[in-house]
Write a protein that binds this ligand. Structure first.
Ligand code: MOS
Length: 686
């Protein structure tokens, strides 16, 4: 780029660290070389879902020269109080779920650690367990709040009377299974103590948060824990907070006096780092004969653990999608002998919109109205429950422009009408939405002696392009070409950044970066720092959402029931798009994950064993390239000056919200079979 007046934001710039990744020069948490006495740790996981670990018997003849330590609750160092009880590793004899870390072997080699771990004898008093979520569970309760702080229930008007009086109603129950995050890079930590300070090379979405959480456990202030997170191979929420691997590695390094590396094997991700809760959702809709909703009722059951409460916000999107005078949402939780659920890309919104958007499709069928037209007739003027105007909402434009682009207009609304050879063909539509959130962050901008600029913030790049986008934002705020800007991220000692989660990274960090760069430009100092906390606190939180529309075309094999998604298309309105290249990748990635949710992914519970029986890629199926035929994303140019200095909304999660419903609605259109229990496996379709 030569002209400094050309704006960098909006340009399809490739990932700055791309060449390093291709060359293998980009280092991940388990790849840092930290001395020649590096030791390796292997986690021993509970084989039962509930009980007491009485003792651990070590066979002294297994790897006697290489084993450095075997840690369990009987000998592990005592940790300080944990906000997250999942981090109080090896502190108690209680076993709260199958797969919980109960011991750790540290050895000179990975092989020795693994072999010694396999030889440990665990003496456990096993107790009966309870792992199955059901709506009539006697201990189901209403939590006070759902993630990340919404009231658990909401009500307006008289839903029961409106449903009783509605000429057309839908009353359906949808269920979604537990799902597991599958980042390319499994969770890993390399830990070492330097004097009495802790250094962690850790794969996570929030270095300052990890520093604070792990520091508290070892009685250290956050500034004596140095978390380095240079590159991250995906997280999807599962790396949003410190995970047990960081604590175990730090503990092992402390006990052995050596640097210790703990890289979780893929199988351990299926119990140690959090999952998407299974849900059971009942949606009731009432409408007038001309398709105006008179009542919306959405109740969601989810799972939590014995260790602490995680309440997913499953029904929260229903509060702002459609107009209706009478409305109610609610959540119920059941605490089971299972791992604590965590964030997984659009936690709550993704499963919640399966139920709402499939129910809307069922209502359109009952009313004999086109599903897009039904949505048009129920477009709210303001946020229906808060009464707050939307800062911008172009949902109907997404539906209309998406319909044109996808080719919707001559669709025969009846199911099971199109057949080509052995394939039934169908199309479906569903809405998409995700909150436009922003969180306080701080950034520093400095002039370098070379004339270039350095911008620092403790953000992380999960592979999404965050480093690149921050460079673009900084270049524009400094009014210099991107080549003159170096962005430093991925280090907890840099100015405080919010979590790379809630699709809020670019908005939050970009705001701080813009502020710091503008401050530097208007001063002669060598550096300037900007903290967005005050401005963020003054912002109206309600009424800010990205919207979109998902369209799917499927073909279903009439003989085998196999579903192929021939076309998946998303049209979004998400504020200003900062980098079309990385944005397209985010949208499409979300849609592909939505395809996994609709058709492939399922953590299969064995209630007798108290565990999911599939825990690797052979048995937990995520979409592969061979599953993708056409997956495309486009967007509207949406202006919204109430968001942040860039005018951007988050885009990391909206692609998985509604795309599963579009596929399921298309499966119904192709076959006449309504799948209400995800995923849409072929045995349910035949
Ligand atoms: Mo995302 S589940 O907010 O990291």
């Amino acid at each position: 780029m030569t002209a400094t007046t050309e704006r960098a934001v909006g340009q399809p710039i490739g990932r700055i660290e791309g060449p390093d990744k291709v060359r293998g020069a980009a280092r991940y948490a388990a790849e840092f070389q930290v001395g020649d006495d590096l030791a390796y740790a292997w986690v021993v996981q509970s084989p039962v879902a509930r009980g007491t670990l009485r003792t651990v018997v070590v066979d002294p003849l297994v790897e006697p020269d290489d084993v450095l330590a075997v840690l369990w609750h009987g000998n592990a160092p005592r940790l300080g109080p944990a906000d997250d009880p999942e981090l109080a590793v090896l502190q108690s004899d209680r076993i709260s779920y199958r797969g919980q870390a109960v011991a750790l072997v540290v050895a000179r080699t990975l092989e020795a650690a693994r072999r010694a771990a396999a030889s440990l004898q665990l003496e456990i008093d096993e107790e009966p367990h309870d792992c199955l979520l059901r709506v009539d569970h006697p201990s189901a309760y209403e939590p006070e709040k759902v993630n990340p702080g919404f009231p658990a229930s909401s009500a307006l008007g008289d839903v029961d009377a409106a449903l009783a009086g509605a000429p057309v109603t839908v009353d359906v129950t949808y269920s979604t299974p537990a799902l597991h995050n599958s980042p390319m890079e499994p969770h890993a930590t390399t830990a070492l103590w330097v004097n009495d300070d802790l250094v962690l090379y850790d794969s996570n979405q929030h270095p300052p948060g990890v520093a604070a959480a792990v520091g508290a456990l070892f009685d250290l202030p956050a500034d004596r824990v140095h978390v380095i997170t240079e590159h991250v191979g995906g997280g999807f929420g599962s790396k949003g907070t410190a995970r047990p691997n960081a604590v175990l590695a730090a503990m092992a390094a402390k006990v052995t006096g050596r640097p210790v590396r703990l890289a979780l094997p893929r199988q351990a991700l299926f119990s140690m780092v959090g999952h998407r809760t299974p849900t059971i959702q009942r949606v009731r809709l009432g409408a007038s004969a001309d398709g105006r909703l008179t009542a919306i009722d959405h109740k969601a059951w989810g799972q939590s653990s014995r260790l602490f409460e995680f309440a997913e916000q499953t029904a929260v999107t229903t509060r702002h999608m459609y107009a209706a005078p009478n409305r109610r949402t609610g959540h119920r939780l059941v605490r089971l002998d299972m791992p604590t659920p965590r964030w997984m890309r659009a936690p709550g919104e993704a499963p919640g919109m399966v139920a709402l958007e499939c129910a809307m499709d069922e209502l359109a069928v009952a009313l004999e109205i086109d599903p897009i037209e039904l949505r048009v007739r129920n477009e709210p003027a303001v946020e229906p429950e808060s009464g707050v105007p939307f800062s911008s909402r172009h949902y109907l434009e997404c539906l209309r422009r998406g319909a044109e682009r996808f080719g919707w207009h001559d669709r025969d609304s009846r199911p099971r009408q199109r057949r080509e050879g052995d394939w039934w063909i169908g199309t479906g539509v569903a809405g998409a939405t995700y909150p436009a959130m922003v969180q306080p962050s701080t950034a520093r901008a400095s002039r370098l002696p070379s004339g270039d600029y350095e911008v620092s913030i403790a953000a992380t790049d999960l592979g999404t392009g965050a480093r690149t986008i921050l460079t673009q934002i900084a270049a524009d705020a400094l009014e210099v070409p991107v080549a003159q800007v170096r962005v430093r991220i991925g280090d907890s000692t840099l100015p405080m950044a919010s979590v790379a989660g809630g699709s809020s990274g670019s908005a939050s960090w970009g705001w701080a970066v813009t502020g710091a760069c503008r401050a530097l430009r208007s001063s002669s100092a060598s550096s300037a720092t900007f903290d967005s906390s005050e401005l963020v606190a003054q912002q109206e939180k309600d009424g800010k959402h990205a919207f979109g529309a998902h369209f799917a075309e499927v073909r279903v094999d009439a003989v085998t029931g196999e579903v192929r998604v021939t076309r998946l298309f998303g049209m979004y309105a998400a504020g200003r798009i900062l980098n079309p290249r990385t944005a397209r990748s985010q949208f499409r990635g979300g849609m592909i994950m939505g395809m996994g949710m609709a058709l492939h992914e399922e953590s299969v519970l064995d209630p007798a064993m108290g565990a999911w029986v599939n825990h690797d890629f052979a048995e937990y199926h995520i979409p592969a390239h061979a599953d993708l035929e056409s997956v495309e994303a486009e967007w509207l140019d949406e202006q919204d000056d109430q968001l942040n200095p860039m005018g951007s909304k988050g885009i990391g999660e909206i692609g998985i919200v509604g795309s599963p419903a579009a596929i399921l609605n298309a499966v119904w259109h192709a076959t006449g079979v309504r799948i209400r229990d995800l995923p849409a496996r072929l045995d349910k379709i035949l």
